[in-house]
Design a protein around this ligand. Structure first.
Ligand code: NAD
Length: 473
């Protein structure tokens, strides 16, 4: 782009962040070019006959990086989506996987529709037709490319995709691993639905637990008592709010596209969701102040702002008015590169999307492993663990002469279920990755922020793969 004052596209914003981090590496130019570019962009159109009549729809699948296979990334259903956006999201997926050590390359898909304007039957038809287009060009498969839900899609769509793939690949024993985010009964894993929101909570908690960083921001250590505003009450926003609330934060503001609500004493997230279901809007929630212009919610008085709706919400236009000390990016690309410069000058800490919303892909990885192993996590070892713990308790009882109550015994000897193992794996992943990127950030005073550190961590990991493959010296 010749004029730097022109608005950068989402893809250009991501590339700018890449370039900013790449300057801290000594990788050769060719290797950096290979890491940066999208390896394959598949844009297509397909005809469908929906309840609206005959239509030609547009779809994409972008596979950003083949340094590890399969590639992985969600499918967005949105009438605002374009190729630039899908490419940007595919790039982010590569780096997201690398940051949390999930062994996939990045990808992203999209169908340009407003899903709310179609019937369920229409959506099934569109999803199955889109899947057939991916199969036709080998853009889906357990070892090739594994989609997942994204904005506008969910477990139902993933089940249709798995079923279509299996129908086209009869007898393929690993067919279910062609897509993640499926309902549990269709090969999904427990904990996937809430994984991104739960991961945001673990990541934010880890950041807030660092006394030194909090002191610099003028905040106390710990998530407990922090005032949080959340934009978007979909999958990511709802669960992020719920787990942060359970972790002691106070959700003071919630924004949806119809408007926002604010209550400095705290909002009951489930009550707000119920109210929205009943009235069709989050506005007029008892005890809360209405903010009809939803974008103003981003400027509310709070400690933490979680944008969890869409990209490019915090821009050079509104960044200077943002009062939050921490921006915890739940959505992909909610902060433009120009906005980030303004925020950094104000001393705001941005916990980047590429790290913070990686909980979904982390648990998707667990689902993929489960599908390939054909066994539920915990099935083999739960009872064994229980009996081992029980024997230990008996030994302690014999040695001390004391006996545990039946409640204590039940709590202590409990073997891990699938959900316990998934949440434990997610917590470990988010905690370790945060400390890895923070260490990189603090290792060089010229590294301006956590985003640059996260990109740097990811670039180095992807570069190592290419070097190990012998493609680059
Ligand atoms: P979703 O469709 O479940 O929810 C998005 C919500 O945002 C909806 O409730 C929508 O009404 C609301 N919204 C739309 N425009 C808005 C506006 N202008 N102001 C306020 N609210 C608005 O989608 P999701 O899965 O929660 O995804 C949200 C974001 O998180 C996207 O950027 C997505 O790429 C990213 N993300 C999702 C996952 C996942 O596992 N679902 C994982 C990583 C990243």
């Amino acid at each position: 782009m010749s004029n730097s004052k022109e608005k950068l596209s989402f893809f250009e914003n991501v590339n700018r962040n890449f370039d900013r981090a790449a300057q801290f590496t000594s990788h050769p130019k060719g290797l950096l070019e290979q890491i940066k570019g999208c390896n394959s962009v598949y844009a297509f159109q397909f005809p469908v006959r929906t309840s609206k009549g005959f239509e030609v729809l547009h779809g994409w699948r972008v596979e950003h990086s083949y340094h590890k296979l399969p590639v992985k990334g969600g499918i967005r259903y949105s009438d605002f989506v374009d190729e630039d956006e899908v490419k940007a999201l595919a790039v982010l997926m590569t780096f997201k996987c690398a940051v949390v050590d999930v062994p996939f390359g990045g990808a992203k898909g999209a169908i340009k529709i407003n899903p709310k304007s179609y019937t369920v039957t229409d959506l099934e038809l569109i999803t199955r037709r889109y899947t057939a287009e991916l199969i036709r060009k080998n853009y889906i498969g357990p070892g090739v490319d594994v989609p997942a839900p994204d904005y506008g899609s969910g477990p139902r769509e993933m089940a249709w995709i798995a079923d279509t793939y299996a129908a086209f690949n009869p007898g393929k024993i690993d067919a279910l691993a062609c897509v993640t985010g499926k309902p549990v009964a269709e090969g999904g894993v427990r904990g996937r639905t809430e994984a991104t929101g739960r991961g945001i909570y673990y990541g934010l908690r880890e950041a807030c637990d660092n006394a030194e960083d909090m002191k610099k921001l003028g905040l106390t250590q710990g998530l407990s008592g922090k005032r949080v505003v959340v934009q978007g009450l979909g999958n990511v926003g709802y669960y992020a709010s719920k787990f942060c609330h359970e972790g002691g934060a106070i959700i003071v503001g919630l924004a949806e596209y119809e408007g926002a609500i604010y209550n400095p004493k705290g909002l009951d997230i489930d009550a707000v969701v119920k109210h929205r279901k009943e009235t069709g809007s989050i506005l007029k929630f008892p005890g809360a102040k209405d903010i009809p212009n939803t974008l103003e919610a981003l400027e509310l008085e709070c400690d933490v702002l979680i944008p969890a709706a869409l990209e490019e919400q915090i821009t050079d236009e509104n960044a200077s008015r943002i009062k939050a000390k921490i921006i915890a990016e739940g959505a992909n690309g909610p902060t433009t590169a120009d906005a980030e410069e303004i925020l950094l000058k104000k001393g705001v800490m941005v916990i980047p999307d590429m790290y913070l919303n990686a909980g979904g892909v982390t648990v998707s990885y667990f689902e993929w492993l489960k599908n390939l192993s054909h066994v539920r996590f915990g099935r083999m070892d739960k009872r064994f663990e229980q009996s081992a713990f029980d024997k230990m308790l008996q030994a302690v009882e014999q040695a001390t002469g004391k006996s545990f109550s039946s409640f204590e015994r039940k709590e202590i000897v409990k073997g891990a279920d699938e959900i316990d193992l998934v949440n434990s794996g997610l917590e470990e992943t988010m905690t370790t990755a945060y400390n890895q990127i923070r260490e990189i950030w603090k290792s060089n005073s010229k590294i301006p922020d956590l985003r640059t550190a996260a990109f740097l961590s990811a670039i180095n990991k992807v570069a190592t793969s290419y070097v190990d493959l012998g493609i680059f010296p």
